[in-house]
Write a protein that binds this ligand. Structure first.
Ligand SMILES: NC(=O)c1ccc[n+]([C@@H]2O[C@H](COP(=O)([O-])OP(=O)(O)OC[C@H]3O[C@@H](n4cnc5c(N)ncnc54)[C@H](OP(=O)(O)O)[C@@H]3O)[C@@H](O)[C@H]2O)c1
Length: 286
């Protein structure tokens, strides 16, 4: 499979987003493990998770634990898999998502993630979402301290605007390797953040690249042109969508969510799908 870089680490050009396996509508664990194993079989070496990917209040880290179990039960070598987790979001159990970026909270959350993932240092730890009650510099300073303490190998940020990306870069320096923002055919407002990642040499991980779970991978309102290219190519519209995202910039590493082996296998094939200039121009205009 084609690869991309996140910091000093080479990863599969298509990653696996773990969220659908742990929140509303999640499958049973057996299907989730088969999904992760299918991803690994297909050459995926990047798995995105978060401590907040869970449903009930008493199961924080459901997705991290699931990913750790799936990696442990996989027959092959998983030493080259980068597990990217996040801290700073919480789910109280009523369906809502809340935030906490206090240094104390992030320190505790990181320790808990380390235990669940069963590692000495987290490969990529991403600040999940800015907390309006905590100055951004303080939150990112807490992430810097986690890297410096050896708890985290590389740092990322998520849901950040250009000003916050520059601020994080100033605080973290080379420790900052990635930005994870929402970006898909139907949601393109992160163009400035993507351009800034290109400028600064940061990986850009588009979240909900297929339009999100609630759309069941339907790509949203700009679906039609993607479906046309897909029909002409004999591939799925989701593959065309992911190939289009990869063509946006060599910094892009999409992390489509999956809860079924079939969808992960289909998405991974996008890593080797090269769209031509006419197709890309049509999709850019869509
Ligand atoms: N940083 C953040 O704030 C943030 C927010 C949201 C998400 N994320 C991350 O980004 C990842 C991706 O986002 P997402 O899961 O919300 O949405 P998404 O990737 O846009 O869509 C996921 C849905 O698409 C379906 N799908 C995936 N590949 C497909 C294919 N080839 N053909 C048909 N359907 C396909 C999946 O179906 P099945 O479930 O049936 O397999 C899943 O329900 C998440 O898993 C999570 O890791 C981060």
């Amino acid at each position: 499979m084609n690869t991309r870089r996140i910091g000093n680490t080479e990863v599969s050009a298509i990653g696996l987003g773990g969220m659908p396996m742990s929140i509303e509508g999640r499958p049973d664990e057996e299907r989730s493990v088969r999904t992760v194993h299918a991803a690994l079989d297909a050459g995926v070496t990047l798995i995105d998770t978060a401590d907040a990917y869970h449903l009930h209040a008493d199961e924080v880290g459901h997705n991290e634990s699931l990913i750790a179990r799936a990696l442990a039960s996989y027959g092959g070598d998983t030493s080259g898999v980068l597990v990217a987790t996040k801290g700073g979001h919480l789910r109280p159990g009523d369906g809502s998502w809340t935030v906490n970026s206090s240094a104390e909270y992030l320190r505790t959350a990181c320790e808990a993630s380390l235990k669940r993932l069963g590692v000495e240092a987290i490969g990529l730890y991403q600040h999940h979402r800015p907390d309006p009650k905590v100055p951004y510099a303080d939150a990112i300073g807490a992430i810097r301290d986690l890297v410096d303490a050896g708890k985290v190998r590389m740092a990322g940020i998520s849901n950040a605007n250009p000003e916050q990306i520059r601020q994080a870069r100033e605080i973290l320096g080379d420790r900052l390797v990635s930005v994870q923002n929402q970006y898909s055919p139907a949601f393109r407002s992160s163009e400035p953040e993507l351009a800034l990642c290109d400028e600064l040499g940061l990986a850009f991980l588009p979240w909900s690249p297929l339009g999100g779970i609630s759309r069941a991978g339907e790509l949203g309102s700009r679906f039609a042109p993607f479906a046309e290219v897909a029909a002409a190519r004999g591939v799925s519209p989701q593959q065309v969508c992911l190939a289009w995202l990869l063509a946006r910039s060599p910094r892009v590493v999409p992390i489509p969510g999956s809860s079924r082996p079939e969808t992960v296998r289909d998405s991974v094939a996008a890593a080797d799908l090269q769209l031509d200039a006419d197709e890309l121009a049509a999709l850019d205009r869509a």
